[in-house]
Design a protein around this ligand. Structure first.
Ligand SMILES: Cc1ncc(COP(=O)(O)O)c(C=O)c1O
Length: 402
């Protein structure tokens, strides 16, 4: 008789955003005449840059012509033209040199964040900062790994730091952080890299929001820290950088230097293991989408996609100014599209969610959904329209000052 993976039974029944969607649906049914402003889920609202759309169209046109038609991509790891564009971007923005075979193009970072666990033994101890993007916890729970947490809280500015008394094999870090908006400094990242090298552990560094960093002193990649290439797998996405949430493209970097000892004492390259896994389970990203992704990294692409980022950053400023004026504590919003606020009057985060929905029809995300340290905290995103952001903040001011 077939057996299921019983680890799934230990997981929370619903994914956070499904719980929220249910609450919204119930509210809408009872209040069909009250339009909601959604500042919860991290989806973007601005269209793709014109230069990206043109490149996707051109790529599609090539597929309709015999001479330029393309079927399966040979390597399935991304066309060289896109990998070169990514490598150039790292060099120009962070002074980091990558070779093309260290870069693997994917259909967005979420799948790789979840699937990377395939190349690690199930008896590894996994350390996840709390609160965190739920995929890290879920994907390790599915394979039954032991998870321990490093607290990100008000005391440490929502930037959890390593504790040398705690042993961990796989470490998840996200900077700029979803949900807290905090960003690790180079010195803080170095402490994590040193800890990982001492312990022989691997850091999965999620830099999905690196494009929102404006402070030139803050690291956009972990590889600007010495030693990181020996212990860090980095994952990035064009979803928020260039509005690819529906288009789907991202990339994972596994440096050549990153090797791990197998039980027979031999050195195994993690890039090779991941290549083996992907070779069996993934067949690459469509050609037109890779053409669009490469356009993001051109001079014009950078200019156009930064216009959308600047638009979201203006929203973040509106939110930050309002919260400051109202005396509500928050982190993020400067080098990040997320604002992480302390629920006023000691409210719980689901309580505050219900309160905002009921009173001003504004939807955010309860911090508790991201981990225990999210209790009493709440996430707002800057990905809405400017008009909606202004209106939501106007309603919030009216409500709090009532
Ligand atoms: C921290 C973080 N990592 C990865 C992702 C996945 O992005 P995508 O699969 O759209 O590339 C997200 C999406 O919201 C995210 O917040």
């Amino acid at each position: 008789m077939v057996k299921i993976n019983e680890n799934f039974l230990t997981m929370k029944k619903n994914y956070l955003f499904i719980d929220i969607a249910k609450k919204i649906a119930a509210y809408r049914e009872e209040n069909p005449d009250k339009p909601l402003i959604r500042m919860g889920i991290g989806d973007v609202t601005q269209p793709l840059a014109p230069v990206v759309v043109e490149a996707i169209k051109k790529g599609a046109d090539e597929l309709g012509v015999k001479e330029t038609f393309k079927g399966y991509e040979d390597s399935g790891t991304g066309y060289d033209f896109l990998k070169q564009a990514i490598a150039d971007y790292y060099l120009k923005n962070s002074g980091v040199t990558l070779s093309l075979d260290e870069i693997r193009v994917n259909d967005g970072a979420k799948a790789d964040c979840g699937n990377i666990v395939d190349i690690f033994g199930d008896d590894n101890i996994v350390l996840i900062t709390d609160p965190a993007y739920p995929v890290y916890v879920d994907s390790n729970t599915m394979s039954g790994r032991k998870i321990i947490y490093a607290d990100s809280n008000e005391e440490n500015g929502f930037a959890a730091m390593p504790d040398r008394n705690v042993k961990a094999d796989i470490i998840y870090l996200c900077s700029p952080n979803n949900p807290t908006g905090s960003v690790y400094t180079k010195d803080q990242l170095k402490q994590w890299v040193d800890y990982a090298l001492e312990q022989g552990s691997v850091i999965i560094f999620d830099s999905a929001y690196e494009a929102f960093i404006t402070d030139p002193d803050l690291p956009r990649t972990a590889y600007c820290v010495e030693g990181a290439k020996r212990c860090v797998i980095e994952m990035c996405s064009l979803s928020k950088t260039a509005g690819f949430t529906g288009t789907r493209c991202g990339y994972t970097i596994i440096p050549k230097e990153l090797t791990v000892k197998a039980s027979d004492g031999s050195d195994v390259s993690l890039a090779q293991l991941w290549g083996r896994r992907q070779g069996s389970k993934f067949n690459g990203v469509s050609y037109p989408i890779q053409c669009g992704a490469a356009a993001v990294f051109t001079e014009e692409g950078q200019k156009q996609t930064h216009e959308a980022i600047a638009y979201y950053q203006r929203n973040a400023r509106v939110m930050a100014d309002t919260l400051t004026e109202l005396g509500i504590k928050f982190t993020g919003g400067i080098n990040s599209p997320y604002i992480w606020l302390k629920c006023p009057n000691g409210m719980g985060s689901w309580e505050f969610f219900d309160y905002l929905l009921r009173e001003i029809q504004v939807v955010g995300t309860p911090g508790e959904g991201f981990g225990k340290n999210g209790a009493g905290w709440f996430r707002l995103t800057a990905f809405g329209t400017y008009e909606n952001t202004l209106e939501a903040m106007r309603r919030l001011k009216e409500l709090i000052n009532k």
